[in-house]
Design a protein around this ligand. Structure first.
Ligand SMILES: Cc1ncc(COP(=O)(O)O)c(C=O)c1O
Length: 245
């Protein structure tokens, strides 16, 4: 590599196994594969020092998820690295992880206002909200599941299973398919939990919808940290050619 790419210096190896992984085995297997590669390359590239195993540690979205704790993940990774390095007779490299959702997902939740409901006999009861796949693309894009509640009636028992639909002009614009709620009414506040990862960062202006604001809440204090977009923002980059004015 150095002979053909004299301006590149190889520092280490990097990989990313996948996401929302809830057991240690895939991480450990990936680490063993990388360490074997690392040991082979190290003979030719002595400056190889780092091993980056990417992200992927799963987190809780619904009761179907049973994620590993961060402590169990780190302990498992270190034990696997030490054991494998010992077997291969190489020094422990500088290990790097890139945790994404596992450190931010729990921190976020999304608040919507209920606009109305509609029951389709033999199918679903829909609850419509003023958000959409534009603020959370994950359910529509790859079928992600969330739990929801009515924030202003959180003490009430759930009495029905409803589908939470967004306001985009798409039949696939669903946020939750099976939310357990008390009977929701227009004006209720619907909270979808654990939306800290891959939501606001992937939000779009689909259907020219303005993106919602982001509020940081901590110990009873609330601070606006991202201003919500306005309708004017939706056309701020538009240019009307002279001859059409
Ligand atoms: C290279 C790399 N590192 C880290 C991550 C974060 O993954 P996660 O959010 O599942 O921890 C990703 C996500 O795709 C990635 O591609």
């Amino acid at each position: 590599m150095a002979a053909t790419q004299p301006h590149l210096r190889i520092r280490g190896l990097h990989s990313h196994t996948g996401s929302q992984i809830q057991t240690l085995d895939p991480f450990a297997e990936n680490l063993r594969i990388l360490l074997r590669l690392f040991a082979t390359w190290r003979e030719r590239v002595p400056e190889l020092k780092e091993l980056n195993i990417g992200g992927g540690l799963g987190c809780y979205y619904t009761a179907d998820d049973q994620p590993l704790s961060i402590e169990a993940y780190i302990a498992g990774i270190i034990a696997t690295a030490e054991e494998t390095c010992h077997e291969l007779d190489v020094d422990l490299p500088h290990l790097i992880v890139e945790p994404g959702r596992s450190i931010v997902n729990e921190a976020g939740l999304t608040l919507y206002q209920v606009g109305g409901t509609k029951t389709i006999p033999g199918a679903h009861k829909y609850v419509f909200v003023n958000g959409s796949m534009a603020d959370n693309i994950r359910p529509a894009l790859y079928g992600s599941c969330y739990e929801a509640a009515l924030a202003n009636r959180a003490h009430e028992q759930a009495t029905e299973t409803v589908a939470i639909a967004g306001r985009c002009c798409e039949s696939g614009d669903m946020l939750v398919w099976d939310a357990q709620l008390p009977a929701a009414a227009p004006g209720d506040l619907l909270v979808v939990g654990r939306t800290g990862a891959y939501t606001q960062s992937m939000a779009s202006n689909y259907n020219r919808l303005p993106k919602p604001p982001v509020v940081l809440v901590n110990e009873g204090q609330a601070h606006l940290i991202v201003r919500g977009e306005t309708w004017e923002d939706m056309t701020r980059l538009d240019i009307v050619p002279e001859h059409l004015r």
